[in-house]
Design a protein around this ligand. Structure first.
Ligand code: ZN
Ligand code: ZN
Length: 279
């Protein structure tokens, strides 16, 4: 449907006529509405297949992409309320400035003709990405913000060099993270950076005392046996609000999260530990 209106609108503006200008405009408006519903359907389908992959995809969109999605949404609203097109010439039509509920300043005017092409191209790609998640095919979208560590290794205490974890590997797919309470956040023998779970929208909880960018998260089962974990505050387990994990020589290295309302893991602080790789 979006394809049909896109072709109609594009063809129309190749040779616009004063008495039928409304046809081109109507096709453009119909195209935008169809695009919005196609995006919603594609997102729902993707979420049915994998809520987590879909969430990671949406969270990892770039600012300008998010901005374009907001524009579509706001355009549809504004277009229902009032006339949003300025006719400068037959082949030079402007969409007037429209309110942006996500920012203080409105979206500035846009030239209609280039926008018809841009919005179609941009949303086609996004719908394709979402449908690929729906079909369950493998890694597709840009995750260049992730740190991918190739080598396995153990973390050691920076102060004394004693080994504090078993040999771990960087988690390959963030969809292996479990946010269910009392589950291990991570599979055995893996770690993930705090910055990654933040960027992917996979924080185990938000607000007070949440996971920070400069932390390394590991499963509780991956600590070395001689690491000392002290009891700490929480309603029935340690809620990770205080440092209670120490290397065998007593140096602070991190916090344990093991209360009933959270997934379970250890938060190592980057200023206290470093990774020693096994090549
Ligand atoms: Zn130490
Ligand atoms: Zn509890």
């Amino acid at each position: 449907m979006a394809d049909y209106h896109f072709t109609q609108a594009s063809d129309y503006f190749k040779n616009p006529q004063l008495d039928t200008i409304h046809q081109g405009i109507s096709d453009f408006c119909a195209m935008i509405e169809t695009i919005e519903s196609s995006l919603n359907i594609a997102r729902d389908c993707a979420a049915m297949q994998s809520t987590l992959e879909t969430k990671i995809y949406i969270e990892s969109l770039k600012d300008h992409e998010r901005n374009e999605l907001h524009y579509i949404e706001q355009f549809i609203k504004a277009n229902k309320k009032k006339q949003v097109f300025n006719f400068i010439q037959l082949n030079d039509i402007e969409i007037s400035a429209i309110p942006n509920k996500h920012e203080l300043k409105p979206f500035p005017e846009r030239k209609l003709l280039p926008y018809i092409q841009e919005v179609k191209k941009f949303t086609d790609l996004m719908i394709e990405d979402l449908l690929r998640i729906y079909k369950g095919s493998t890694v597709r979208f840009d995750q260049s913000w992730r740190n991918i560590d190739l080598f396995r290794g153990s973390f050691v205490c920076i102060k004394c060099g004693s080994i504090v974890t078993k040999i771990l590997k960087h988690i390959d797919s963030l969809s292996k993270i479990s946010l269910r309470e009392k589950d291990s956040l991570l599979p055995n023998f893996t770690y993930v950076y705090g910055s990654e779970v933040i960027k992917a929208g996979l924080l185990p909880w938000k607000g007070e005392n949440e996971v920070l960018e400069d932390e390394i998260l590991i499963p509780a089962s991956s600590l070395k046996m001689d690491v000392r974990v002290e009891a700490a505050t929480g309603c029935c387990g340690s809620d990770s609000s205080v440092t209670n994990v120490f290397c065998r020589n007593g140096h602070p290295i991190g916090k344990k999260a093991s209360d009933c309302w959270m997934p379970h893991f250890i938060r190592l602080t980057m200023i206290h530990v470093k990774k020693v790789e096994i090549l």
